[in-house]
Design a protein around this ligand. Structure first.
Ligand code: NI
Length: 409
């Protein structure tokens, strides 16, 4: 294939010869054209394995049904490996980018840039194969990030066995190619979901005094839940309680006997997370009692928050400035209340998560998860170069304690 001219900083372009550049572009385009949903990434993982093997990576294994783990030997192995993680799944969205390599699968699209994440992880493997890190590097190609359960599945399958530190990143079109966010502190929120079932007594809509009306109770509850963030959470911290579903009733002249609400709770620290979960329950039960209803409240605990620690983020910042200069580092400039299941790795081992600029020069902002989202191809090379450089810069004396699963190898 003839690759287009890429608008890459010279320091990055110099790391990729034509053959490697074309191979990575081809891989990304193939992944983008053939997106697969969470846990269905069979073709995707096959393509990734083929690409790794073609680049000379010898130790490539499937991990679970659709995950892949590759190991690139270090110069001086021992004392724990370092991991690079790229997620690989797509979303149930019909693509509207008009790209020549747009999705060929109706209703499925790489609208979050995971095609680029997978490709930059393969690119980092290629760079590390040529110029190894001190320690072994494990490249984790993880399914089902969008479902939020892919990282845990990979950990259960042993992807972190012997790994003592991990790095990853996400494309971000708010920033031009060549800019990188490597901030210590919160980068993604925890995400827990709740369901509240209000049960009352159904009756004729014309005789409300004979009912215990769950619709009026649900309406009061939606409003009352807003007071958690407004009145209970410390204003200096961030939190979200959103009611995303509300179902009740079947006819205009009937008061139903139940209503159900569902929603999400986002936090960036554990005390706020606990406070909001406890308050959703307390308020649901209190409002239900006020309206002579019963409340059944259930929670599903989801992804924890990502809070980048100082040590690993300092290594990442060094890598970025040495490759791209001081001006490449940009602040996130906002608090991201979306979730990212990379957090499960950071619950177990140190590491950090970056945001990597993916807007082509002069391009416009397009939100991730939109049918028009596309990450600039140049981001592949920045991501690969930055991640390879980060793992090479982990100081030799850093003590890494590899993870061992209970009963694992
Ligand atoms: Ni994503």
């Amino acid at each position: 294939m003839t690759a287009p001219a890429l608008a890459l900083p010279a320091s990055i372009a110099a790391l990729f010869d034509d053959a490697l550049r074309d191979r990575l572009l081809e891989l990304r385009r193939a992944l983008h054209a053939h997106p697969e949903l969470s846990h269905e990434e069979h073709d995707t993982s096959r393509r990734l394995i083929e690409a790794l093997v073609a680049l000379g990576v010898r130790d490539v294994k499937r991990c679970g049904a659709t995950g892949v783990v590759a190991r690139i030997p270090g110069r001086n192995p021992g004392g724990g490996a370092i991991a690079i993680r790229g997620d690989i799944d797509a979303l149930p969205i019909t693509e509207a980018t008009g790209l020549p390599f747009a999705s060929q699968t109706p209703g499925v699209m790489h609208a979050c840039g995971h095609d680029v994440h997978a490709t930059w992880a393969v690119g980092a493997a290629a760079l590390l194969q040529r110029d190894p890190a001190e320690r072994d590097v494990v490249v984790i190609l993880q399914p089902a990030e969008e479902r939020g359960d892919g990282a845990l599945a990979m950990i259960e399958q042993g992807a972190l066995d012997g790994v003592g530190m991990i790095f990853g990143g996400h494309v971000d079109r708010r920033f031009e190619v060549g800019r990188v966010v490597a901030d210590a502190g919160p980068l993604a929120a925890s995400a827990d979901t709740f369901e509240i079932e209000l049960t009352g007594r159904g009756a004729h809509a014309a005789r409300p005094h004979e009912a215990a009306d769950p619709i009026v109770g649900a309406a009061a509850l939606v409003s009352a839940l807003q007071t958690i963030v407004a009145r209970r959470l410390n204003p200096a911290t961030a939190g979200v309680v959103t009611v995303g579903t509300l179902h009740a009733g079947t006819a205009p002249n009937v008061i139903p006997d139940r209503a159900t609400l569902g929603g999400t709770i986002r936090a960036i620290d554990a005390p706020s997370r606990t406070l909001m979960v406890d308050d959703v329950r307390r308020i649901a039960e209190g409002v239900a009692a006020t309206h002579r209803l019963d409340a059944r409240v259930t929670f599903e605990r989801g992804t924890p928050a990502i809070v980048n620690p100082e040590g690993p983020i300092a290594i990442a910042r060094d890598a970025v400035t040495s490759l791209l200069g001081e001006s490449a580092l940009v602040p996130l400039g906002t608090l991201n209340m979306a979730a990212e299941d990379f957090a499960y790795y950071l619950e177990r081992i140190p590491g950090c998560f970056l945001r990597i600029g993916a807007r082509e020069p002069g391009g416009e902002f397009v939100a991730a998860h939109s049918p028009k989202f596309v990450a600039a191809e140049e981001a592949i090379f920045v991501g690969a170069a930055v991640l390879a450089s980060v793992v090479r810069r982990v100081p030799r004396e850093t003590e890494l304690r590899g993870v061992r699963r209970p009963g694992g190898r």
